[in-house]
Design a binder for this molecule. Structure first.
Ligand code: SF4
Length: 381
């Protein structure tokens, strides 16, 4: 495989759990130091034959709960152990409730060149509903602080489709985000992940999700507003100021590129095999101390699974599935296999014309129905 690979580092600590979140993290901060030592050891134990990396991404959890010098140590080790190109994209996710104005320039000094700020909203009532530990003012200070620190690649994350949120409220959030001229915006629809406190509240009728028609309206509003303000949508939920500001790391997930994940719950993917670490900081540290990789499970992807992922992930990107690549990788003739279905989807306006680029991409209307359209273009397992 000659695709450039990515490194993901999962920092599994948060100050407080947000009720909608199902990412693995704990609020007990006492394990931070042993975790950092274990993480560096895990990197030393991993092998990455022949892989060349061009992204390093700190996600979580809340990476910004670690002091910059600790993040710096991890970066140094990564550069020492792996073949990471000098012009790599190095991102950290930052929670506005966890950074000081002094911390932001330090991130720059340790080699981070992209900062992704989890603002989520600029409306304090919404932030309260989401259980965030920061106010809209904290988010604004963090964004301004990042710019002042010299970051020229700032991403802002927003969530919409919050119960009680109107289109005007969402437009106000978009407006305030765009005022900071971020290079990147991720706008995620609130989802009710199984087992989260928010989902339990929904099941018990304490929280009522917004109507489907409003969700669709908010999604379309997002695309229209951001396009009118100079942002290019390159994935269902992601927008960039220009091609150089697309999240190079996240594109690896959607393009079926290889990546190595470190830290509890982190996933790795080699092109044929996927494996992931245990979801427990304690177990993770114990495993490493005993000289074992903390891998919980491995799976070799069957042809059908690879097809499912290539279709599903490909359709998330606005430039869609590269038919030449899917044909070559899986030894199929995609257009022939789905000729009738493609014709119908095109006629109904759910996908864009395949030619001239030989790509299968959803139209704006089709993006609303990704979950129903993707299975139409898959072979049965
Ligand atoms: S801060 Fe982020 S990772 Fe932590 S619980 Fe909230 S959403 Fe999840």
């Amino acid at each position: 495989m000659n695709k450039l690979a990515g490194i993901y580092v999962h920092i599994p600590f948060c100050i407080k759990k947000c009720p909608y979140c199902n990412f693995y993290s704990i609020t007990d901060q006492s394990l931070k130091q042993p975790f950092i030592e274990a993480l560096i050891q895990e990197m030393q134990m991993a092998s990455s034959p022949s892989l060349l990396f061009d992204t390093l991404y700190f996600g979580g959890g809340t990476p910004s709960v670690l002091r910059p010098e600790n993040i710096g140590r991890i970066i140094e080790n990564a550069y020492g152990l792996f073949n990471i190109s000098t012009d790599s994209e190095v991102t950290i996710e930052v929670n506005p409730g966890t950074v000081t104005s002094e911390q932001l320039p330090e991130y720059k000094n340790i080699g981070i060149n992209r900062i992704n700020i989890g603002a989520q909203s600029f409306n304090d009532e919404i932030l309260d509903f989401l259980g965030r530990i920061h106010s809209s003012n904290d988010a604004e200070l963090t964004i301004r602080g990042a710019r002042k620190a010299g970051f020229d690649n700032i991403g802002i994350d927003l969530i919409y489709g919050i119960p009680g949120q109107t289109k005007e409220m969402w437009l106000s959030d978009l407006h305030r985000a765009v005022e900071f001229k971020p290079e990147h915006l991720s706008c995620y629809m609130l989802t009710y992940e199984k087992g989260t406190p928010l989902d339990i509240d929904r099941r018990q009728g304490k929280v009522k999700p917004v109507a489907d028609s409003l969700s669709a309206d908010l999604f379309e509003t997002t695309m229209e507003y951001l396009s009118a303000h100079g942002y290019v949508q390159y994935e269902i939920s992601n927008f960039a100021k220009n091609a150089s500001r697309i999240s190079r790391h996240n594109m690896k997930y959607w393009s079926f590129s290889p990546y190595l994940g470190f830290g509890p719950s982190a996933h790795s993917f080699t092109g044929h095999q996927r494996y992931w670490n245990c979801r427990s900081v304690k177990k993770y540290i114990e495993n490493i101390k005993e000289g074992r990789l903390p891998v919980e499970e491995k799976e070799i992807l069957s042809k059908e699974q690879r097809m499912m992922e290539m279709v599903y992930l490909g359709l998330r990107k606005t430039d869609g599935i590269d038919i030449d690549v899917i044909d070559e990788t899986l030894g199929i003739n995609f257009r022939q296999m789905f000729a009738e279905k493609i014709k119908q989807l095109e006629e109904d306006g759910y996908i864009l014309p395949i030619q001239p680029k030989n790509r299968c991409a959803l139209s704006r209307k089709g993006m609303l129905f990704l979950d129903s359209i993707a299975p139409i273009l898959m072979i049965d397992d």
